[in-house]
Design a protein around this ligand. Structure first.
Ligand SMILES: [Zn+2]
Length: 384
């Protein structure tokens, strides 16, 4: 019994798309923004499969849920992980929660990012029940990936009662290529200090916006210097990009302060202290009076080594089922670094359709994903 049931996955995916679970961002969860509703649906689905389930709240109304398929014993635990939240629907064409199927695609918010992958995870557990596996297969569903990643940070942290795994596949869409690496992100707010004065007498002040212009030039030079460093084999270079600026008080005042945010995309080897020191050196070099605030967001990078068992298993499984053979970089940040075990990102569908006005997933990708995940489970969970 190892043929994925596409009709069952399509039904599961449609049911999940019809449960709006838009990330509440900084507001409280409410109608249409309830990860709790899809979490409840997942608990029922996992109980129906026969998994041992668990639930824990990361914040009020925002639960992570999981299900465990026990192996015979003597093997490691493999986690398949995904997030239950989606981005908003402000840009959607129409009917983002209808789950319309047309030409082999299912359309709707969350279809590819990532309720389609969640359906493939459930199907993998159904298939794995018929296998003689030594280790445990764990399905983990977390909240809040689209905002602050509090779900995976909580699940991987010490306060969580969630089961821990020895390795992990984060099932975000990669068209089934194995992605062992992505950049991190640290967005630094920089407060530039000037001296306020009436702008009829600017010589009495020190214009924070003019200093900001000097600093922006220096950040551009810093970015060029980053591009001259040796590249990471998959990720290329770290980058520094000015992304936001506020400043000034009125049309008749020399600005006393400006705040510039620099988005620093980081390579996994760059640590927080070094990043801050580099930004401070750029400020000092520009001769600007400024202080660097705490980065927000601050997202870790991922760099799973070539010899990691989960990466080798993902590539071996890909060869067996005809999935892409070469590892790739994942373009954005994910939950993967937060679970505290070696991880690869690998899942059905194309990230190009994520967050899009017309989000969809090719249903054929779901069957291929379930086959691929089952092969990974066979390799990883066969006993030590
Ligand atoms: Zn996602």
């Amino acid at each position: 019994m190892s043929t994925p049931d596409l009709a069952a996955m399509t039904r599961d995916l449609a049911a999940m798309v019809r449960i709006p679970s838009v990330n509440p961002y900084d507001a409280a969860p409410g109608p249409g923004r309830r990860e709790a509703e899809i979490a409840a649906w997942l608990l029922t689905a996992m109980a129906d499969i026969g998994l041992e389930t668990g639930r824990e709240e990361v914040a009020p109304g925002r639960p992570n849920v999981w299900g465990r398929l026990r192996g015979a014993g003597g093997g490691p635990t493999l986690m398949l992980a995904g997030h239950t939240d989606t981005v908003g629907v402000e840009n959607c064409d129409d009917a983002p929660f209808e789950a319309r199927v047309e030409d082999g695609r299912l359309h709707g918010r969350g279809a590819v990012d990532m309720k389609g992958p969640l359906a493939a995870m459930l199907e993998t557990a159904r298939l794995a029940k018929g296998e003689a596996l030594a280790g445990d297969l764990l399905l983990m569903f977390v909240v809040d990936e689209e905002h602050l990643m509090t779900g995976s940070l909580f699940a991987g942290g010490r306060r969580s009662a969630a089961p821990k795994a020895d390795s992990c596949v984060v099932c975000e869409p990669t068209r089934l290529a194995a992605a062992p690496a992505h950049k991190g992100q640290s967005a630094f707010p920089i407060t530039i200090e000037g001296v306020g004065a009436h702008s009829s007498r600017p010589e009495l002040g020190e214009n924070a916006l003019v200093s900001a212009a000097t600093l922006i030039r220096a950040i551009a030079d810093y970015d060029a210097a980053l591009l001259a460093r040796p590249p990471h084999p998959l990720l290329g270079h770290g980058r520094a990009t000015p992304v936001l600026m506020t400043g000034g008080e009125s049309h008749s005042a020399v600005p006393a302060q400006a705040v510039l945010t620099v988005d620093r995309r980081t390579l996994p080897a760059e640590d927080a202290a070094t990043l801050r020191a580099e930004i401070e050196a750029v400020i000092a070099g520009a001769g600007v009076k400024a202080r660097v605030g705490a980065p927000a967001p601050e997202v870790a990078g991922l760099d799973t080594p070539e010899e990691a068992a989960i990466l080798r298993a993902a590539l071996a499984a890909a060869a067996r089922v005809g999935a892409p053979a070469a590892p790739v970089a994942f373009p954005g940040g994910t939950d993967a670094p937060n679970f505290g075990c070696p991880a690869v990102i690998c899942g059905p569908g194309d990230l190009a359709q994520a967050h899009a006005a017309d989000e969809y997933i090719e249903l054929a990708q779901l069957s291929a994903a379930a086959r691929l995940y089952l092969e990974i489970a066979r390799i990883m969970l066969k006993g030590r």
